[in-house]
Design a protein around this ligand. Structure first.
Ligand SMILES: [Fe+2]
Length: 266
């Protein structure tokens, strides 16, 4: 199964601007940088890359999971960073609901970023990274024409799961990775931001090479176009570019140890 997001590549109109936000203000360690691209090693298992382009940016929505016990510390760092904190209509920013805390903020390209914490997530499993105490990248938002069609495709081809099957909004989950499948006409909370599909490359990780072969066979059977080598399978779905890569260093039992509801029985 897919256990996590291994890498995410987003577009930017300024590498220097990205540096100022993610390195200078948020303290994310840089793993490589050139004139055209910058990569942050956000956690040992997740890299975030920005590629400079000469075109308009459609902002992405991504969420970082942080430990519940450290959430307010992470939120304080974001508030002190000078980045734009996004508020709900009634003026509150940190939102709390049944053992879940979150806070939205924005980077220089307008991407809608989020830190989120759940009380049920075990804190002894993964070492928090960066000054924000990131455990893993939890969410990547994918606005689509049809949430049910996209959801079903992810479930049947990539063995992802859902808690429920909503028509306009769905978390499609495997391990720690949550694809936020949302209808294009449903704005992002909490600022009713238009859900434009961002140009991005989403890389899922799996420590299970046989899973990679299974997905390849499914694609061949249903005539899905893809590129592949022994370690990576790349394809485009609904305008989004995806990969599944073999990540042998990622312990397969991390999602279940984290007590993630859909991973506990697998
Ligand atoms: Fe979110």
């Amino acid at each position: 199964m897919i256990t996590h997001f291994s890498k995410l590549t987003l577009q930017t109109v300024s590498i220097q601007g990205v540096h100022q936000v993610y390195a200078d203000r948020l303290g994310f360690p840089i793993s490589s940088q050139s004139d055209k691209q910058i990569t942050f090693q956000v956690t040992p298992d997740f890299r975030l890359t920005f590629v400079e382009v000469y075109e308009p940016i459609s902002p992405a929505h991504i969420a970082f999971q942080v430990p519940y016990s450290l959430f307010h510390e992470s939120a304080k760092k974001i508030k002190e960073s000078g980045l734009l904190i996004v508020r709900w209509e009634d003026g509150h920013d940190i939102d709390e609901e049944k053992g879940r805390l979150n806070l939205y903020f924005r980077d220089g390209d307008g991407n809608l970023l989020e830190i989120i914490a759940h009380e049920y997530v075990s804190e002894e499993v993964v070492e928090p990274s960066t000054p924000l105490h990131v455990l893993y990248l939890r969410e990547v938002g994918c606005p689509v024409e049809s949430v049910p069609v996209f959801t079903q495709w992810l479930k049947s081809n990539l063995s992802m799961k859902t808690y429920e099957d909503g028509d306009i909004f769905n978390f499609v989950i495997s391990g720690t990775a949550h694809i936020v499948a949302t209808w294009k006409n449903r704005p992002w909370i909490p600022i009713a931001m238009k859900a434009l599909p961002p140009k991005m490359h989403v890389t899922f990780g799996t420590p299970d090479q046989t899973f990679l072969q299974k997905v390849r066979r499914r694609f061949e059977k249903s005539n899905v176009l893809f590129h592949s080598d022994a370690q990576e399978l790349t394809f485009v779905k609904k305008g989004y570019s995806f990969s599944v890569i073999h990540t042998p260093e990622f312990a397969p039992d991390i999602p279940s140890k984290l007590q993630l509801p859909l991973s506990i029985s697998t």
